[in-house]
Design a protein around this ligand. Structure first.
Ligand code: ATP
Ligand code: MG
Ligand code: MG
Ligand code: MG
Length: 562
């Protein structure tokens, strides 16, 4: 590709609203442009890298036995009503109406669509297992779209769904896709870990997230320094030492005064639908009282506390009083720091679940129509693990460390969550009707691209790994008006392309400084500068990553590139 013929609008200045490296550099190097908040165009270079990531994803998915299809992004409300997610998904779901006032959503994910498709097509166990995937644009009205492609409102996802007649078959597919995911992220050159995840709003049990270790990650993972153990701290409240630590048990002592004997007597509800990004734990004390632990950002006496637990024992109101919010004592648990980065609306803590209203200490931040068994799941208090940094790892090997992670992939054993709700069943070997057993598997394709940009850069710009680079070779004639230079550049351009390389040639009438600065920003692995020695057939070859420079004759280059 000749640079004069394409669109690579590089920027010298760091864009003001771009906080993280990948966002800054993808903008500056002309890979993406923002259209509206969280919505981006992929410019020609960005599109090329996206296609490389997609190609790796397709190869590994196909290898794992999955088959590609394409489903609609525009999804009718009826399907979401069947699964009941129309009511529980919250404001992240982009809803719209057609000219006949029929309701639709712009798909944030496709469990409903695929379950309805498969229930109509497959009726017998003999047609299973089946794993289908697509690569498609998804829409989520994120509370805080940010960090460029890392958290968009429109983004590209690879989503896969598997259907099974029995649990063993699901386990097998899950294992295969787990390996496929590991291969994909390894081939992208990423430093990642697979972590045990929270089953959250999807329902279901076994689930792992693939986390790229990065300081700009919005998740926190607890991992062992001596084994494969790693978990997203959303899995359990994870408490780190902070000054004089107290424990949740301390707060639970208050319960004694209102009639409970021990912690084990208290049922705990873990909220499964983190609506508006609030994470809370609800301890049912008795019919009149609940203890609420809320994790998030709080402000106490002008001190900003990030990711803290606040706790409060709250008296339940009568049904008529559901709008009334009862004493929520933010920060009452004292200085217990919680590691992690849970997004939360600062200062709007959930206070209590009051007969169907889960309240907050701020008007208009209540959840209405809360259904405890749907929105909260009951867990045994003893199942909750409060892990401290430096604690022994739960698997007995090593000690726990914390790190920030970018969630690039997520695999999930859904079980019958959707097949039961939407009546997707098969006849088994004995002719009995059974709900299909399902798994779902997502990769943030555009987020993966950004995660790679986040890991592969230096002070001069991006530095792509060879297999994801938009082009492998950047040919730069220093002076296009010099016949020897432009002639040799053209010759090399043609010959590399013939050898199967993707080549970008800077044929612009620009000053050399501009060309080199742009070239460093764009980050193509091999740069070939055609300058003064062109007449002797000599060029300079520079490796973007190491800065290593060689002067080579045109005949030597072929060997070097190989
Ligand atoms: P997050 O916790 O970051 O909000 P998620 O758990 O909501 O992500 P999933 O529903 O598991 O996301 O979707 C599958 C994959 O899609 C994620 O692992 C992630 O890589 C990607 N993804 C999710 N939301 C976004 C987004 N807003 N922008 C870009 N990629 C996203
Ligand atoms: Mg999300
Ligand atoms: Mg997540
Ligand atoms: Mg996820």
């Amino acid at each position: 590709m000749k640079q004069s013929m394409t669109l690579i609008p590089t920027l010298r200045e760091v864009p003001a609203d771009a906080e993280v490296k990948s966002h800054q550099l993808l903008l500056r190097a002309g890979f993406i442009r923002q259209n509206s908040s969280g919505v981006y165009s992929f410019l020609p270079l960005g599109k090329k890298v996206l296609q490389k990531v997609e190609a790796i994803v397709r190869e590994e998915m196909d290898e794992a036995g999955a088959v590609e299809l394409l489903m609609p992004a525009l999804q009718q409300a009826e399907l979401w009503q069947e699964s009941e997610r129309w009511y529980s998904y919250g404001p992240e779901l982009m809803r719209l109406k057609d000219r006949n006032e029929r309701e639709f959503a712009m798909g944030p994910t496709h469990e409903e669509v695929i379950t309805s498709l498969i229930r109509d097509e497959i009726k017998s166990y003999k047609r299973l297992p089946l794993t289908l995937y697509q690569i498609q644009t998804k829409f989520r009205d994120e509370l805080r779209p940010r960090f460029g492609l890392l958290r968009g409102r429109e983004f590209i996802m690879k989503d896969a769904y598997s259907f099974h007649a029995n649990q063993e078959s699901l386990d097998e597919a899950y294992q295969k896709l787990f390996i496929a995911y590991s291969n994909i992220f390894r081939r992208c050159g990423l430093n990642f870990r697979a972590v045990i995840a929270d089953s959250g709003a999807m329902g279901g049990k076994d689930t792992h997230e693939f986390m790229v270790l990065s300081d700009v990650g919005e998740d926190t993972i607890a991992y062992s320094d001596a084994s494969d153990y790693a978990a997203n701290i959303e899995m359990a409240p994870v408490i780190t030492n902070y000054e004089k630590p107290q424990t949740a048990e301390k707060e639970l002592e208050k319960i004694e005064t209102i009639g409970k004997k021990s912690i084990e007597d208290v049922s705990v509800y873990l909220n499964v639908e983190a609506k508006d990004c609030i994470k809370s734990l609800l301890f049912k004390v008795n019919d009149k009282h609940v203890l609420v632990l809320v994790r998030g950002d709080h402000e106490v006496n002008d001190i900003k506390l990030k990711n803290f637990f606040s706790a409060s024992v709250v008296e339940l109101a009568e049904p008529e009083e559901t709008k009334q919010i009862l004493g929520c004592s933010i920060g009452s648990l004292g200085p217990i720091a919680v590691s992690g980065n849970v997004e939360i609306i600062a200062d709007h803590a959930v206070a209590a679940i009051v007969n169907g209203v889960c309240g907050a200490n701020e008007e208009d931040y209540h959840y209405i129509n809360v259904n405890p068994s749907r929105d909260f799941k009951e867990v045994k208090f003893t199942d909750l693990r409060f892990i401290l940094e430096g604690d022994p790892s739960p698997d007995g090997n090593g000690t726990i460390q914390f790190a920030k992670g970018i969630e690039v992939g997520h695999v999930f054993k859904l079980g019958t969550r959707y097949s039961e709700a939407m009546d997707a069943s098969i006849l088994d070997e004995n002719g009995r009707k059974q709900p299909m057993i399902m798994g779902c598997y997502g990769i943030g394709v555009s987020r993966t691209l950004a995660a790679v940009a986040e890991q592969f850069n230096d002070e001069n710009g991006l530095a792509w790994p060879v297999n994801l680079a938009p082009y492998q070779v950047h040919v730069i004639p220093v002076n296009m008006k010099d016949q020897a230079q432009s002639g040799l550049a053209e010759e090399l351009y043609a010959s590399f392309r013939k050898q199967g390389y993707e080549v970008l040639m800077d044929d612009r009438q620009e000053r050399p400084g501009v060309k080199f600065t742009d070239s460093d920003l764009i980050g193509i692995p091999v740069r070939i500068t055609v300058g003064k020695k062109a007449a002797d057939g000599i060029v300079e070859v520079k490796l973007r990553k190491t800065g290593e420079v060689h002067e080579l004759s045109k005949s030597e280059i072929g060997a070097k590139l190989g």
